[in-house]
Design a protein around this ligand. Structure first.
Ligand SMILES: O=C([C@H](O)CO)[C@H](O)[C@H](O)COP(=O)(O)O
Length: 180
């Protein structure tokens, strides 16, 4: 394995487990009990949360990515999940305010659990990596470690949800887009 790839794998492996069992169960229950789940993030963090939205769709849940033209009006029994290393993106903070006013539950995956975005969220999962504004926790540029770890964390939540919802991979394949 190339030196750089080995270092990246080591970095990912060294990130502390950010979710205890109780919080993981809470996240899964909120997801399962929500009528519609919205996902939001900018740039590469946004790409990661879109991957999460894709899997939840394949689990048979009602999902939308904020900003897509097909994303509908929100209601009080909906959920908004953010992925933002810094928790400082003005666009996401504006979304969080609207969601709060509409009574949505909000969950944030972030590096900074004291960030402005965190103030709107009932569950804040703090990933011990760096945002694009920090340079001391990773050899990789900007928020790469956060982005990589968040994707793995989302995939681990998908595994838990498959068990909770009793959904097999075969069923998920049935829900996979046929036109793509
Ligand atoms: O695209 C990004 C950048 O390349 C950092 O590695 C970020 O994901 C994007 O700028 C959003 O930032 P955060 O909201 O702080 O995650």
């Amino acid at each position: 394995m190339a030196f750089e790839l080995k270092k990246i794998c080591e970095e990912i492996n060294n990130v502390d487990d950010p979710v205890d069992e109780k919080t993981l169960n809470r996240i899964c229950q909120i997801i399962i009990n929500s009528n519609h789940i919205y996902f939001s993030g900018s740039g590469r963090s946004g790409l990661m949360i879109k991957s999460f939205a894709n899997r939840l769709l394949q689990l048979g849940l009602e999902v939308s990515v904020v900003g897509e033209i097909s994303s509908p009006h929100t209601h009080s029994n909906d959920l908004l999940i953010f992925n933002s290393a810094s928790g400082k993106s003005e666009k996401l903070i504006a979304q969080a305010k609207i969601a709060k006013n509409n009574g949505l539950k909000e969950i944030l995956f972030t590096v900074d659990n004291n960030s402005p975005l965190a103030q709107f969220c009932e569950i804040v999962v703090q990933i011990n990596a760096q945002s694009k504004f920090e340079h001391n926790k990773s050899i990789q540029p900007m928020g790469a470690l956060f982005e990589q770890f968040s994707l793995l964390l989302f995939d681990s939540i998908v595994l838990r949800l498959m068990k909770e919802l009793n959904i097999t991979e075969e069923q998920m394949i049935q829900n996979h887009a046929d036109i793509e």
